[in-house]
Write a protein that binds this ligand. Structure first.
Ligand SMILES: Cc1cc2nc3c(=O)[nH]c(=O)nc-3n(C[C@H](O)[C@H](O)[C@H](O)COP(=O)(O)OP(=O)(O)OC[C@H]3O[C@@H](n4cnc5c(N)ncnc54)[C@H](O)[C@@H]3O)c2cc1C
Ligand code: SF4
Length: 480
């Protein structure tokens, strides 16, 4: 029975531990580091064959020097391994935890190709930098000599934080604006704490604050300032606002009480994990405890929702996806994790309506089958009446992915060029938008993507902005 399996593996206290003080947090970090005890990391690192064709590095968006830091780890030279790993990434311990390694570095490990299982690159990366924090090897952010120029970064997610760090190190005054009360973007309020412990994100942000980056939390561009106002405050701007317009399920009953958005659900859970007062959670509106939960969608956000519901103590958790397992967009590893925790996957099923008296009580399910392939070669789902049925549900979470918000309209910036999907257009070489001195990076440029790509984009944007700002400073000097 699914519920028994769930309870065996996970518990509510794991999702919402009691609020921790500074001494507790130090213990937390020690415990996090202990979980990846040195012999395991060194043994794993020693499995790297130093194959000379580092497909792992090629397929890592940051082109991390993986074989080199694996060799240093295997030799016990952890500090050097950390320094090398840190040279290409602003958040190695975060990527080590949440990159879909099976699709990136580990999926392209030569040892994996020989059928012996990839070196667990992500967990070694995590271990190296957790150890560096523990040992005090992580250096403070030291600003470069002041240049007298200032940069505004809109969005404190991984793209914005990465760019802010590199720009500050280059001597710019850096201000980060974010509409949330905490920095981190989806690292803080999207990705659940059981995948990415929040103190790990907080210590990164604290380091940036100590390095003189000024954070303006609770500051929403479009409400608290227009884009033009921010442009007049800074010499250059970076837009790194991510994508937040939830795709809708346009079926009857989609707005019934008990039918909720994935990000509202995950944010409430993450806030609870921080020890915040979260009335929507406490009233039960966004708490799955004791509920029959149905999550709609087949991507990684849906996986985070089902696994959160299990930890909240749901009575049952089902995931409805209109294609089959082989055509699911979510990571295979995540599906397997969810199944092991007791989640039931209902393949070839889509919602037809959400029904109930005053709040959702059931999902009318439309059976699907895979029809002819579309232009992209993907078989399109079509209705299969044999699969129609009702499914009891008292909490439905819609997790169909996200598109870009309409920034030109919301920000009163009609000249900001966007694609037909609403993502911000940048020049591929300069990374500048259609507005002079305004750059963009991360999901708002690529569409919903990955943390490691946001870091890469933040790194590239910082380098392009630095180049542009230096040229601006030179031309001002000439004009004077
Ligand atoms: C539920 C979920 C789970 C995920 N899990 C993973 C995972 O396991 N691994 C992985 O690699 N990727 C994962 N991703 C994707 C990953 O989180 C994103 O690709 C990444 O965070 C994008 O970074 P970003 O900096 O571009 O944007 P974000 O992280 O979205 O940050 C953007 C920031 O901009 C702020 N902002 C937006 N508009 C404004 C405004 N008008 N004014 C001021 N501030 C504003 C937001 O508050 C936010 O803090 C997940 C995504 C979701 C939704
Ligand atoms: S950043 Fe991600 S892809 Fe690159 S080595 Fe680390 S875990 Fe692998």
């Amino acid at each position: 029975m699914a519920t028994d399996t769930m309870l065996k593996f996970v518990g509510r206290e794991q999702a919402y531990p009691a609020k921790r003080d500074a001494a507790d947090r130090a213990d937390d970090f020690r415990e996090i580091a202990d979980r990846y005890a040195p012999p395991a990391a060194e043994d794993q690192a020693g499995r790297c064959s130093q194959c000379g064709v580092p497909y792992c590095s090629v397929h890592c968006p940051l082109h991390n020097h993986i074989p080199d830091w694996l060799r240093l780890t295997a030799e016990g030279r952890l500090r050097e391994a950390y320094e090398l790993s840190n040279a290409t990434s602003t958040m190695p311990e975060i990527c080590g935890r949440i990159c879909p390694q099976d699709r990136l570095c580990e999926g392209n490990c030569v040892i994996e190709f020989t059928g012996h299982g990839a070196v667990t690159i992500g967990s070694v990366e995590k271990f190296i930098t957790d150890t560096a924090w523990e040992e005090g090897w992580v250096e403070p952010l030291v600003p470069g000599p002041a240049r007298g120029q200032s940069v505004g970064v809109i969005g404190a997610g991984p793209a914005g934080l990465t760019a802010a760090e590199y720009l500050r190190a280059n001597g710019y005054e850096v201000h980060v604006y974010d509409r949330h009360d905490r920095a981190g973007g989806l690292l803080t309020y999207g990705i659940p704490g059981f995948k990415l412990e929040k103190p790990v994100v907080t210590r990164r942000v604290d380091r940036l604050v100590a390095g003189g980056i000024v954070f303006h939390q609770g500051f929403e561009v479009g409400r608290d300032a227009s884009l033009d106002e921010l442009r007049s405050r800074h010499d250059a701007l970076l837009i790194a606002t991510g994508v937040y317009r939830a795709r809708q399920v346009e079926v009857p009953g989609h707005d019934l009480p008990g039918v909720v958005e994935s990000l509202d659900y995950l944010t409430a859970s993450n806030r609870k994990g921080f020890g915040d007062n979260v009335p929507e959670f406490d009233t039960g509106a966004l708490d799955a405890a004791g509920r029959h939960v149905v999550v709609i969608g087949g991507g990684d956000t849906a996986m985070d929702c089902v696994r959160t519901a299990v930890r909240q103590g749901a009575a049952s958790v089902k995931c409805l996806y209109r294609r089959d397992r082989a055509n699911m967009p979510g990571s295979r590893r995540e599906v397997q994790n969810a199944e092991e925790e007791g989640v039931e996957f209902v393949w070839l099923a889509a919602p037809q309506a959400f029904e109930g008296e005053g709040r959702v009580e059931r999902v009318r399910v439309r059976g699907m089958r895979l029809g002819a392939a579309d232009a992209g070669g993907r078989r399109a789902p079509e209705h299969d009446p044999a699969g129609d049925r009702d499914m009891p549900a008292d909490l439905v979470v819609k997790a169909l992915g996200f598109d870009a918000e309409e920034l030109p309209r919301l920000w009163g910036a009609a000249d900001l060029g966007v694609t037909r999907w609403g993502t911000v257009l940048v020049d591929g070489r300069t990374l500048m938008t259609s507005l002079d001195g305004v750059f963009a990076a991360g999901d708002i440029v690529r569409g919903a993507s990955l943390v490691v790509w946001a870091i890469r984009d933040g790194r590239d944007a910082a380098s392009a902005m630095h180049k542009w700002l230096k040229a601006e400073a030179r031309s001002r000097k000439v004009a004077a």
